[in-house]
Ligand binder design. Structure first.
Ligand code: AMP
Length: 367
């Protein structure tokens, strides 16, 4: 289907699995894709051309821009300086301001507080003296994190008492840090929402997420709590309106004593939203493309109960997964490596009870 009469091509900075799934959804709409990535066998390359280069290289960004009608990204660590020279007629969405805010945990948490969205207690840390002052304010246990470039639990240390203060600081120091209160949460949930260029918004049901070693293992949706859903949507609207946002946005929350505490945003499609491909009327990847192209958004309600299981380090056999009723298998085509996200499966059922029963049989889920 041509968009506004002509076939549009979208440039994606990053050709990881998120880029690949964006392109898979976009092809159905008649879009073409070109990626920028430093690896020629990145997953996006199975679907579109990859321009080989670093995200930090303005020349490579310009080369990508020259081949496409507009740009988006599948990674959060695109240095915003590299985007400064983009031509005005090549929109880059979601907005650079949102990308920049999401790159620094301190900026992000400060913004949450300005928008009256609750967060953990936090303090910026650069020196050991800052550490001592910060822990005096925050108490134990606390979590020390790098402000930038931390993901999947990398660049983090939990500090249980004064004896661990120095070693945690030494392990991470040299870059700006943030010390946070450790939240003994009941659960973690995330909200994925989408806003288009006209300002229309839609929100998916909350997903309940389980992490191990800082990496997402399992998402189950919808998380059935109307009050939390409404509260999370209210918070997300504030963030979207603040940035004049277009595209998919994710906010991860801790739930403590039944209340939401915002942990972080991702100004992009998110791993905890992969279930929406088969488990919602319109998947997050399609809605992202619709949003940045100014098209009407697709409905976001869940068609049943879904669970998304990440495959980390190794892939279970295709036959074994497909033997589970309601299961869909996604293989990103990546070289196996410990700790690497290689694929996922989504199981969709009519009832939550049935879903939980099917998960019991899921290969490797309890390990
Ligand atoms: P993050 O990189 O901030 O998303 O952290 C990865 C995971 O570490 C989170 O999903 C939580 O499971 C855990 N975590 C991070 N920060 C905290 C915190 N302040 N209190 C408790 N757990 C945390």
């Amino acid at each position: 289907m041509p968009v506004n009469g002509a076939r549009k091509t979208v440039g994606i900075v990053g050709a990881g699995q998120l880029g690949r799934m964006l392109a898979l959804a976009g092809y159905r709409l008649g879009l073409g894709f070109v990626f920028l990535d430093k690896s020629e066998d990145a997953p996006g390359g199975q679907i579109g051309d990859i321009i080989l280069g670093e995200f930090s290289d303005p020349k490579k960004i310009a080369e990508l821009a020259a081949r496409v009608d507009m740009l988006t990204y599948d990674v959060e660590n695109v240095p915003v300086e590299a985007l400064a020279g983009l031509p005005k007629d090549k929109p880059f969405l979601p907005p650079i301001s949102a990308l920049a805010a999401g790159q620094d945990r301190l900026t992000e948490k400060t913004l949450f507080n300005e928008l009256k969205i609750p967060t953990t207690k936090f303090r910026a840390v650069e020196t050991m003296a800052d550490m001592e002052e910060a822990v005096h304010h925050i108490g134990y246990p606390a979590v020390l994190k790098t402000r930038r470039l931390g993901y999947d639990g990398r660049g983090q240390r939990v500090i249980h008492g004064p004896a661990e203060l120095g070693s945690a600081f030494n392990a991470l120091c040299g870059v700006p840090l943030i010390l946070e209160e450790f939240i003994p949460f009941e659960r973690e949930v995330s909200l994925i929402g989408v806003r288009n260029l006209k300002g229309e918004m839609a929100f998916y049901p909350l997903s309940e997420n389980t992490h191990r070693e800082g990496i997402l293992r399992l998402s189950v949706a919808p998380y059935p709590d109307k009050k939390l859903q409404a509260q999370a949507q209210k918070y997300m609207k504030r963030v979207m309106e603040h940035f004049g946002y277009a595209g998919v946005l994710t906010i991860e929350f801790f739930v403590k004593k039944g209340k939401l505490i915002a942990n972080e945003t991702a100004p992009r499609v998110h791993n905890s939203g992969h279930w929406t491909i088969e488990g919602a009327v319109t998947g997050q990847f399609e809605n992202h493309m619709r949003a940045i192209l100014g098209l009407p958004l697709g409905e976001t309600w869940a068609v049943g109960y879904s669970a998304m299981i990440n495959f980390i380090g190794s892939m279970p056999a295709l036959e074994e997964v497909l033997a589970i009723p309601g299961a869909h298998y996604h293989n990103y085509g990546k070289e196996p490596r410990p700790g690497r996200k290689l694929g996922h499966a989504t199981v969709v059922c009519k009832t939550r009870k049935e879903l939980m029963n099917r998960l019991k049989k899921f290969p490797g889920l309890d390990s």
